[in-house]
Design a protein around this ligand. Structure first.
Ligand SMILES: NC(=O)c1ccc[n+]([C@@H]2O[C@H](COP(=O)([O-])OP(=O)(O)OC[C@H]3O[C@@H](n4cnc5c(N)ncnc54)[C@H](OP(=O)(O)O)[C@@H]3O)[C@@H](O)[C@H]2O)c1
Length: 253
């Protein structure tokens, strides 16, 4: 529950091992959040993240099991988190897999696995959390979308399509939550240097998890539904959206 002056107190990260999710949690702790729940597939691996959060000022850090693919289990996980820490001020939907485009576009099981985690898992988690936020009458859902979903590219259309679906669901949910006291902040990063992009060549306008966290904190302080990280990508994507397909297909993106 936010404190008397409205500062975020409690943060839940779904995909607790995510570099971007951890950076957002750390930034919110710097701003005064005191309770963080890192929920992911390998909670035992988040000891260092827990230590960093405590060093930054968190007084309570829980590490819990959460598998985005186990959608039947989501209501129980969220209910247990709420019964342990109370109202959720900020929930970050940070899980995701990049997949391997060269494999995924030929292998139905591999393509479905990417879609299951990034789209179905997110749809389920967002629906469960949004029910809790409606009950609370407050709280923000921060959803890590991607510019990859804003105009899906040939070079990573399996991943990009899952982000397009997630982004559409999240922006629709943002509209549905109008007037409930709860909100959604959709974040569209470009290339972020993280575990997900390890070993890849940096794309233009590449950024860091900490810079994305800064964009999120500013977004939460304002009233926008969608933010880009870095902000310049908003203009770039706005232009790219209108490039005719035969030309777009030949661009080195
Ligand atoms: N990095 C980028 O360039 C970039 C750009 C735009 C958007 N994004 C999005 O930002 C989000 C965070 O990415 P990141 O850069 O922080 O990557 P990351 O460090 O690789 O984090 C992704 C996290 O997702 C978790 N995950 C994967 N499948 C899961 C499942 N079935 N259940 C629960 N957790 C699962 C991973 O858990 P394990 O540790 O167990 O593998 C990992 O901790 C993702 O949604 C990503 O698509 C990233």
């Amino acid at each position: 529950m936010r404190n008397a002056v409205g500062d975020v107190q409690t943060v839940l990260v779904l995909g607790g091992g995510s570099d971007i999710g951890s950076a957002i949690a750390a930034r919110l702790v710097q701003q005064g959040a005191r309770t963080v729940v890192l929920a992911g597939r390998r909670p035992e691996a988040y000891a260092q993240a827990e230590q960093s959060l405590r060093s930054a000022g968190a007084t309570t850090v829980h590490r819990v099991s959460f598998d985005a693919d186990d959608t039947d289990g989501h209501p129980k996980v969220i209910a247990e988190v709420v019964s342990t820490v109370g109202d959720l001020d900020v929930t970050v939907v940070a899980f995701g897999v990049l997949g391997d485009q060269s494999v995924d576009e030929h292998d139905p099981a591999a393509a479905v696995a990417v879609a299951r985690t990034n789209y179905l898992g997110a749809v389920s988690a967002m629906t469960v959390v949004s029910q809790q936020l409606r009950t609370q009458g407050h709280g923000a859902l921060v959803v890590l979308s991607s510019v990859a979903g804003e105009r899906v590219r040939r070079s990573n259309f399996v991943y990009g399509s899952t982000k397009a679906g997630l982004d559409g669901f999240a922006t629709g949910l943002a509209d549905a939550l109008q007037g409930t006291g709860a909100r959604v902040l959709v974040v569209r990063p470009g290339f972020v240097v993280s575990k997900m992009t390890a070993g890849m060549d940096k794309a233009p306008l590449s950024t860091t998890p900490e810079a994305v966290a800064e964009v999120v904190v500013k977004g939460l302080a304002g009233s926008a539904t969608v933010v880009w990280a870095p902000a310049a990508l908003r203009l770039v994507m706005s232009a790219l959206r209108h490039v005719p397909r035969p030309v777009f297909r030949r661009l080195p993106v």
